[in-house]
Design a protein around this ligand. Structure first.
Ligand SMILES: Cc1ncc(COP(=O)(O)O)c(C=O)c1O
Length: 425
């Protein structure tokens, strides 16, 4: 059977032999293929369908906008643009209530860096190892990931610092005696490069496709202090962690620090239309009172995408999805720990809200686990040594349990296959 179309290219895969999921429809945490087979979506598509598949409130908002106005320029006022700005300002951290709309996550990151350079007049950007900020050349330049490899040389001006990843602490420090060498390391890197050349620190608040590790509780407060001392702007990439994914509206809401800018995307429309945004402080926005905001793309602030964002925020607020993510997240965290203990093939289990990751031991191939689970009707992402559990925030409790049961079964069977003598009860 011809499983894919002849005229379009699929991303991140070799075209030959690629067997795409043939998507026919979906609702809530489930989607179905053209053969009528149902899948439980533990990936929220690409960690973006936070409100679930084909949400009725979002569809209604988009439909209403289709009838009202579909075409507008990026520097034009539209009703939906004003409303989307107001709705976003209700949920972003205090003071971060000015927005530049973009096409998606990657160009939100790039625009945030451009703004930092315009505001500070400096060029360098401090970025982490093990980071991903998007597939465009600019966003890749700030990333450090296998997805960057074929595309360099990238622009100069990136200062790379090591991760505050306690489970694999680059300094070998035990958490109970840790005096934050990760922060001292950033400070030293800034001093070496000369602080007056550095426009911004750019980091994923909780590194999404890099194992989902959770930086220590005082990490961002300390970086904030460093930034304030040196006039450096703090940009957080909340493309994946935003809009309730981690049990709060944004990943940074778990920390007592405020960034100067956040890059937003994915869950901003729950995948119903392409959109991103740079959220910024009033101080930064005011820089462009008299001076031109020297950037923009043709389709930014597109009315249909903004209507999707508006419908998405309405659905999230009406249905209390952020709180739901927090509560279900506790259940997910407990189950992931249980799976770690029972299967013996998990090196580390991490979870914040409905974003969980299982780092597997070397003998188990995460891609194989993914394929086996997909055959059992559960769809999730695998990257590096990890599999990720990121269901839509609307998922029913019993569906969460069902999917986790399947994952446990698959891991259990692979653990028996790799250790035939072991009998886990
Ligand atoms: C943390 C993070 N930033 C940025 C991006 C890029 O977003 P987009 O694919 O919408 O351009 C991604 C995409 O996966 C991401 O995970």
């Amino acid at each position: 059977m011809n499983t894919r179309d002849r005229h379009t290219l699929y991303t991140w895969v070799a075209q030959d032999g690629h067997v795409p999921l043939r998507l026919a429809g979906g609702e809530g945490a489930w989607f179905r293929d053209t053969d009528g087979r149902r899948y439980l979506d533990f990936a929220s598509v690409a960690v973006n369908a936070n409100a679930g598949h084909n949400h009725p409130t979002i569809r209604d908002a988009m439909r209403g906008q289709l009838d009202e106005l579909c075409v507008a320029g990026p520097a034009m006022w539209t009703r939906v643009r004003e409303q989307a700005g107001e709705a976003l300002a209700r949920v972003t951290p205090p003071g971060l209530d000015r927005f530049l709309f973009t096409l998606g996550g990657a160009d939100a990151v790039e625009h945030a860096v451009k703004i930092a350079r315009l505001v500070t007049g400096r060029r360098h950007v401090v970025c982490r190892t093990n980071s991903y900020h998007g597939a465009t050349l600019g966003a890749l330049a700030f990333s450090d990931d296998p997805r960057c490899e074929p595309f360099g040389p990238f622009e100069a001006g990136v200062i790379r610092v090591k991760d505050p990843w306690c489970f694999h602490c680059p300094w070998g420090t035990a958490p109970d005696v840790c005096d934050r060498p990760c922060v001292a390391h950033v400070e030293a890197a800034i001093e070496r490069a000369e602080p007056q050349t550095i426009a911004a620190i750019l980091m994923e608040t909780i590194p999404g496709t890099q194992a989902g590790y959770i930086p220590p509780p005082d990490y961002y407060r300390r970086l904030r202090t460093l930034c304030d001392e040196h006039g450096i702007l703090l940009i957080l990439d909340e493309v994946l962690t935003g809009f309730g994914r981690t049990g709060r509206w944004f990943g940074i809401d778990h920390y007592d620090a405020r960034p100067d800018m956040m890059a937003l995307g994915k869950g901003i429309t729950s995948g119903h239309a392409p959109l991103g945004a740079v959220a910024m402080s009033r101080g930064i926005a005011d820089t462009f009172g008299a001076k031109a905001l020297w950037t923009g793309t043709t389709h930014s602030a597109h009315p249909i995408s903004l209507a999707a964002a508006l419908g998405n925020l309405q659905a999230m607020e009406e249905e209390g999805l952020v709180e739901r993510s927090r509560i279900l997240g506790e259940r997910l965290a407990a189950r992931l720990t249980h799976i770690k203990e029972r299967t013996g093939v998990v090196a580390d289990a991490r979870c914040l809200g409905l974003y969980g990751s299982l780092e597997l031991v070397d003998s188990i191939d995460p891609a194989r686990v993914r394929r086996a689970a997909l055959a059992a009707g559960v769809h999730f992402l695998a990257r590096g040594r990890c599999i990720y559990v990121a269901p839509p925030l609307v998922i029913a409790e019993e569906d969460l349990d069902l999917g986790l049961d399947r994952i446990e079964e698959v891991l259990g069977s692979l653990s028996h296959a790799s250790h035939p003598a072991s009998r886990l009860t």
